[in-house]
Every structure is written in structure tokens, then in C-alpha cells.
Design a protein around this ligand. Structure first.
Ligand code: PSU
Ligand code: MN
Length: 306
């Protein structure tokens, strides 16, 4: 095991005995949701993973230690840190946070790297990063790491603030298959569908697990996406999402928001502009994705046998 990574005893035991484990990221705690919704949602995601028979492993950097399976206390501590003072770690930031002894969160990109190093093959989040609208060279490192790390990411597509057709193109370039979970179209994060096609539709956790197992046997190094639409009762209509996203984007442009600040700013503004309905959708899809990831991880363990 990589010496720079600390794995909590419960997670280490589960991995050693071949039990199901699901990785969870921490940027949604520090930058994706406001306090105390962030704590509640992170804990609800862990509970959903447990209910589906798997062990949750929320990943973050704690006082410089890259940790797999942080405690509820640590989740609360991270959640209470001021957003502008906590580092949102992508691949490039991990060594900085580690060397400076910081408390920091991990994005999808960094969580993929750490999960892979720890031997965890399933990971749940809300929406991955992607290609930004009007900025085709602002491409989230999430897409690059998906191409490099053999981990299945359960998500509701990419965040609606992005250029989704271009994001799907880059996923194709990176060799990342999209499995539509009970859907034949790529989900639109707050909305159930973008109308873009997926590579294959799966109807059950077992069907998803079979494809993930085949990828592992083949030994190709890329990840794949299991794309799960937001639960129907909390979904927003596409036109409502588009109106809020367009307004938030033009504000970000005029305020000159750049780099890693773009996504947190847009999520926050869309939530305000939608009267909180986008946030409700975001929480709902996060918890649902954690549940689905737990079921797929459990199905993979059953396939592997005792
Ligand atoms: N999913 C959510 N909320 C979030 C994120 C995902 O529902 O805040 C985070 C993930 O950590 C993802 C990051 O990696 O947003 C994308 O940031 P960027 O666009 O700067 O790569
Ligand atoms: Mn970016």
C-alpha cells in the first residue's frame, strides 16, 4: 500500500476481506453545498452506502494526511471550514496540501487517484466536471483522471453548468464508457435527461457489475461512468435549468470568475436563482447515487464469490 495514504481500519478490513467498499468525495462538502446541508448530505450518503451493504470511504486530506474513510467528526470539521480558505484538491494540488499539512477536500479527479491507489473500484458523486461552456480549453481534470484510473464512477452525468455535448465527446476520447442506469440517455444532473445517447443501458446493479468486472478482467486502465438520473420527484425541467444556468454563467463572466472557483460559484448562483429547487435535486441525486453505488459494489462482491 502507498505510504502516503492512510486508510481507516474499517475500510482496510473490508478491503482485505473482499467486502464491498464505495469511495465518496469531499469537495461537495467544502465547496458544493452550504453548511449544514453539506454535513447532513455527506452523512446521508454514507448511510445510503451502508444500507446497500457496502462500507463508505469518504476521502479527504486531514492535516496533510491523505485519508480514505474519514470520520463523522472529520466530515463536520471540513464542512465548517470557510470555503475560500480550504484547498479544493485536484491531481496537481494533492502534494501541496500534503506537504503543507492542510485540511483539504478532494475533487472527483483527486478522489479517483486516491481510490485507485487504495484498491477501491467504485465511487459515487453528484456530477463530474467537464468542458466549460464557451471555454473549450477549460476542461475539468475529472475527465482526464477518468481516462487514467480504473474506477467506476456513479453520477448523474456532468454538472448542468457545463457544455454537455462536448463533455461526452471528451469522455469518448478518454475511452470512458457511459452506462445509462435505467435510462437510454445521458442524465442532465438537475434534469433527468440531456437527450444525448449513452453507450449501453443497464437495468440492474448486476448488469452494471458485469460490465465493470469485464473491464477489470481486460485490465485496460480507464474508468467508466454509471449515469443515474436524479429521482423523478426532485428533478427539474430542462428549460428551468437552462434559464438559471444562462443567468449564472453571464454573471460569472462579468465578474471575471476563473479557474477552480467557477464551478462552486455557478452551483451557488443556480441554487439562488432556482429558489433552492436545484439544491434539493442535487442532494437527492447525491444520496441516490451513493445507494446505487453500494448496490453495484455489493453485486460485484457476490459475483466474485466468498
Ligand atoms: N458533484 C456535486 N457537487 C460538487 C461536485 C460534484 O454534486 O461540488 C464537485 C466534484 O468534486 C467535482 C468538482 O470534481 O465539483 C468539479 O470541479 P471543476 O469543475 O473545477 O473540475
Ligand atoms: Mn476548470
Amino acid at each position: 500500500m502507498n505510504e502516503s495514504i492512510h486508510v481507516a481500519p474499517e475500510v482496510a478490513d473490508a478491503l482485505a476481506s473482499g467486502r464491498a467498499v464505495v469511495a465518496l468525495e469531499s469537495t461537495l462538502i467544502t465547496h458544493g453545498l452550504p453548511h449544514p446541508t453539506n454535513v447532513e448530505t455527506a452523512l446521508a450518503m454514507e448511510a445510503a452506502v451502508r444500507e446497500s451493504g457496502a462500507v463508505p470511504a469518504t476521502i479527504a486530506v486531514l492535516r496533510g494526511k491523505i485519508t480514505v474513510g474519514i470520520s463523522a467528526k472529520d466530515i463536520e470539521r471540513l464542512a465548517g471550514l470557510p470555503r475560500d480558505r480550504v484547498r479544493k484538491c485536484s491531481r496537481r494540488d494533492l502534494p501541496i496540501a500534503a506537504a503543507l499539512g492542510e485540511d483539504a477536500s478532494t475533487t472527483v479527479a483527486a478522489t479517483l487517484i486516491v481510490a485507485q491507489l487504495a484498491g477501491i473500484g467504485i465511487f459515487a458523486t453528484g456530477g463530474i466536471g467537464g468542458v466549460h461552456r464557451g471555454h473549450p480549453f477549460d476542461v475539468s481534470a475529472d475527465l482526464v483522471e477518468l481516462g487514467r484510473n480504473p474506477v467506476a464512477v456513479v453520477c448523474s452525468g456532468a454538472k448542468a453548468i457545463l457544455d454537455l455535448p462536448l463533455t461526452v465527446e471528451v469522455l469518448e476520447t478518454q475511452g470512458v464508457a457511459i452506462l445509462g442506469y435505467m435510462t437510454s440517455t445521458f442524465p442532465g444532473f438537475y434534469a433527468r435527461s440531456t437527450g444525448l445517447p449513452v453507450d449501453v443501458t443497464v437495468q440492474t446493479p448486476e448488469e452494471a457489475a458485469r460490465i465493470i468486472a469485464a473491464a477489470r478482467r481486460l485490465g485496460t486502465r480507464q474508468g467508466l461512468l454509471v449515469a443515474v438520473p436524479v429521482p423523478e420527484p426532485d428533478a427539474l425541467p430542462n428549460d428551468q435549468v437552462e434559464r438559471a444556468v444562462a443567468a449564472a454563467l453571464s454573471e460569472a463572466e462579468s465578474r471575471g470568475i476563473r479557474g477552480k472557483a467557477v464551478t462552486p460559484f455557478l452551483l451557488e448562483r443556480v441554487a439562488e436563482l432556482s429558489g433552492g429547487t436545484s439544491r434539493r435535486a442535487n442532494i437527492s441525486l447525491l444520496v441516490n447515487n451513493a445507494r446505487v453505488a453500494g448496490r453495484i459494489a455489493s453485486a460485484l462482491c457476490r459475483m466474485a464469490g466468498p
